[in-house]
Write a protein that binds this ligand. Structure first.
Ligand SMILES: Cc1cc2nc3c(=O)[nH]c(=O)nc-3n(C[C@H](O)[C@H](O)[C@H](O)COP(=O)(O)O)c2cc1C
Length: 305
């Protein structure tokens, strides 16, 4: 373990800033068969809902230049199964912090999920997804309106003993308004960004490639956009920001931290290279030497100041 990579997310200490993003790493158990996932800074589990969900109809993945579109629609076994069965199995092989990503379709559902995840001894941090573009009447509906975002944040905070980070949508005109609303409502931190809404058309059938018509764009094509939003938010908020969107290399991590991120989440890159998180952790010290960086924590927000 290399202490030069240590960072803090509020009261939580991580051995490094690398966190696989929700929905791109399952519950970590398949990846644990490939390498020792204890090298991760933390691990964010698949978005969990109150009821089990099969997700949206197929096809629900489409490729695009330097990225992908997905309309998975929060497929997961439901919070009871996750807390009773999956989290204990993950804890048996993984001993670093677990981030529980929760998605509700009403304030009551967010509250129920937050309570259950707060009670789950394996969970260190709750990430409230108010930004899923692939489900109707939920997720993003809360993430595009400052007062709705504040309402969810306050309701979740009221029932949670664990730090609460709110995951923001980029599908808004001014992300700082949503970020400030969440901070004022008591969020301990923010995570941004979730996917951008996009579309592909099959030229032969003249129909959308995705059965759901639209899907979320992720991957390296969104990196500059995510970087800009992280920079804007970290200039106006005091709480820590987890930067996410298009990160696939050690230099992307450093750039995202310079923009203001205290830690990063890596999403779509796990789907093309399952070893990407481990490789980035191994490559960071060498790149830091090259760039004259002693400790990663020194560069957080250096460009935002
Ligand atoms: C297949 C897939 C499933 C995802 N599922 C979730 C989810 O359940 N909850 C969530 O908050 N974000 C989900 N996301 C969004 C990612 O966590 C991440 O915010 C987004 O993909 C941008 O990062 P990236 O460009 O590194 O992928 C998903 C993304 C992908 C590609």
């Amino acid at each position: 373990m290399n202490s030069r990579l240590n960072i803090s997310l509020g009261r939580l200490r991580l051995q490094n800033p690398i966190i696989p993003a929700s929905g791109t790493y399952g519950f970590g158990l398949e990846f644990a068969k490939l390498y020792d996932i204890n090298c991760l800074g933390a691990l964010c589990i698949k978005g969990t809902t109150v009821q089990p969900r099969y997700g949206n109809p197929s096809p629900r993945i489409a490729e695009t230049e330097a990225g992908m579109l997905n309309s998975v629609g929060l497929q997961n076994p439901g919070v009871d199964k996750v807390t009773a069965d999956i989290l204990p199995r993950l804890r048996a092989v993984y001993h670093q912090p677990i981030v529980a990503n929760i998605s509700g379709f009403s304030i009551e559902e967010y509250v129920q999920l937050a309570k259950q995840m707060s009670d789950a001894e394996q969970v260190e941090l709750i990430e409230v997804n108010i930004s899923c573009p692939n489900v109707h009447n939920g997720g993003m509906a809360f993430g595009t309106d400052p007062s709705a975002a504040a309402e969810v944040t306050a309701a979740v905070k009221a029932v949670s003993d664990k730090p609460v980070f709110v995951k923001l949508s980029p599908n808004v005109t001014d992300i700082t308004r949503i970020a400030i609303a969440c901070e004022q409502a008591g969020a301990d931190g923010l995570c941004l960004i979730n996917t951008l809404l996009g579309m592909r058309i099959d030229l032969r059938t003249r129909k959308p490639v995705l059965a759901n018509k639209y899907g979320g764009i992720s991957g390296s094509c969104i990196f500059p956009l995510a970087l800009r939003m992280v920079n804007q938010v970290s200039r106006v908020c005091q709480i820590p920001v987890i930067g996410c969107g298009g990160i696939s290399t050690a230099s992307d991590v450093i750039e995202m931290m310079m923009a203001g991120a205290s830690a990063v989440e890596i999403g779509a890159a796990n789907l093309t290279d399952p070893y990407v998180c481990m490789n980035i952790i191994n490559e960071l010290p060498q790149l830091m030497d090259k760039l004259g960086i002693d400790n990663l924590s020194d560069i957080i927000g250096i460009t935002a100041r």
